[in-house]
Design a protein around this ligand. Sequence first.
Ligand code: SF4
Length: 525
Amino acid sequence: MELTLWTYEGPPHIGAMRIATSMKKLHYVLHAPQGDTYADLLFTMIERRGSRPPVTYTTFQARDLGGDTAELVKGHIKEAVDRFKPETLLVGESCTAELIQDQPGSLAKGMGFDIPIVSLELPAYSKKENWGGSETFYQIVRTLLKDHSNESKDTWQEEKRRPRVNLLGPTLLGFRCRDDVLEIQKLLGQYGIDVNVVAPLGASPADIMRIPNADVNVCLYPEIAESTCIWLERNLNIPFTKTVPLGVGATQDFLKELHEVLEMEIPQSVNESNNSKLTWYSNSVDSNYLTGKRVFIFGDGTHALAAARIANEELGFKVVGLGTYSREMARKVRPAAKALGLEALITNDYLEVEDAIKETSPELVLGTQMERHSAKRLGIPCAVISTPMHVQDVPARYSPQMGWEGANVIFDDWVHPLMMGLEEHLIGMFKHDFEFVDGHQSHLGHLGGKGTENINQGVKTTISNDSTNTSSDPIWTHEGERELSKIPFFVRGKVRRNTENYARQAGCREINEETLYDAKAHYKA
Ligand code: SF4
């Protein structure tokens, strides 16, 4: 275990808490030391929920460790069942409680309740939040459906009804899950496909018992639902879709896959290019101007993979970095990065990601809340595409990522930071113009001139630090850096690399103003 200032994922019991809080009529007893109630803040502050998570903490203190902590656990379990009357009880422990080895799940099972008890074994020192969420959902489904048999089930064609599917994987504290569910429900409705159960988000244990009534499971978020989908396929013969409908191409592929699995004819309308505005917008004049922008992508596996495909195939960006903090998704991210000529960055160290961003000099960063901070420090535009996120990434308005409307939202969210970056650069270029001085302000107020100076300064400092990496690298002089900073930021990285390559070839130890223009002439020739 490492101590760190920031982390992409919490411990696995936070994942369990996400599932418990997403569901209804279920309660979670968490054996945890005093202080672990901090997790409530994630739901009340970030998701802006009006109620506390359905979690009872045993909140043992140091002085309890000398006594019988097992009795303390049993007391809290009884109190929680009496008070909340859940249909299903989850029992687990946090990192510190794991060390005491009270086995709260076994204790609960021995207490004679007449409700299903799901005992969670979440190895806090080797696994993380998404794994904890996935394991909890899987254990709930397995516990509630273990005696179910689907052997005599008829197909939707035999029953002469519309096909129906389950949407599995959305949770609280997931990225835009609430709106993705609405968008996918709407999309499926257009193709005559009904939604049977959405889980875990909004589902009760009784809803979980209805999962076998569906013909297909749609695995919306593999991080949370893939292991459950595999179990349901193996044990109850319910096939599941593997394509996540993020982006225009993936939404088309998802619809085709779903129609095939349901043995339905694929409608022509799936392929129509006007389903989303993204396709048209990215072909429009403005977007052509943005084509080839260097983009660095980092996030959970599902969103990072989808972002790479959208960036590369639908917006015409050049992906210069791709990675994930999710070790469970590394096997999918590695080949995707390789196909783009990159080596995937698999790490949960945000400083390593920041270094990779510096090294690749992107013009846009698509990442998590962590990368938003790093990009801000480096003066690079950024859009958040994945958890962990900040409260501003849980908008009150409808803002899906999946389906056709999700593709529109993605276009806006990604392209606008670039446009703003361009705008800020223009303000920086014209800051000495009379309109920007003596009381004339841009929409950024007094920041119009000064703020952009700071941005330029930030980039300049980075360039300066990077240039001292190895002794064989040419060194930028003050004049060289000043001249470089006048070049628009969106081509500055490329100019810098070209100039350094030229200087190396020409045997220049220093890069000054003259070298910069020599390099320009050299590459133009
Ligand atoms: S038990 Fe785990 S989550 Fe809770 S405070 Fe300790 S290290 Fe953090």
